[in-house]
Design a protein around this ligand. Sequence first.
Ligand code: THU
Length: 133
Amino acid sequence: MTDIDWDELRAAATEAMHRAYAPYSRYKVGAAALVSDGRIVQGCNVENASYGVTLCAECGLVSELHMSGGGQLVAFVCVNNDGHTIMPCGRCRQLLFEHAVPGMLLETVSGIRTIDEVLPDAFGPRDLEEAAR
Ligand code: THU
């Protein structure tokens, strides 16, 4: 695994957080990830008057991943308004899993962890492929 510049990733996540649209919760979130080809993708949360429609920052990040050329996520960090590292919500761990290299690293509230540690025994595309055989 190449060296990961966590400070650079956190700065990119913080920049994204400032662009969040969170008028209802007032809880701004920014996410950033290193992609397998070395580029960085970002996302911010986008809320909605119909609260359940809210998009987490990770949704925007995964959209940018594909819009900017695809690839897989190597390292990920997510921050809140205070610039504190936060955990991706359960739904977003699932979202990230499908676009992550095996063993993708996350900066978490308890240190650097792998995607498998934060989403053990994940359901994924392989389960569908196996069922189709
Ligand atoms: N939020 C994210 O953007 N990502 C997460 O992983 C956790 C939660 C957002 C959704 C909502 O706009 C706000 O944080 C409060 O839940």
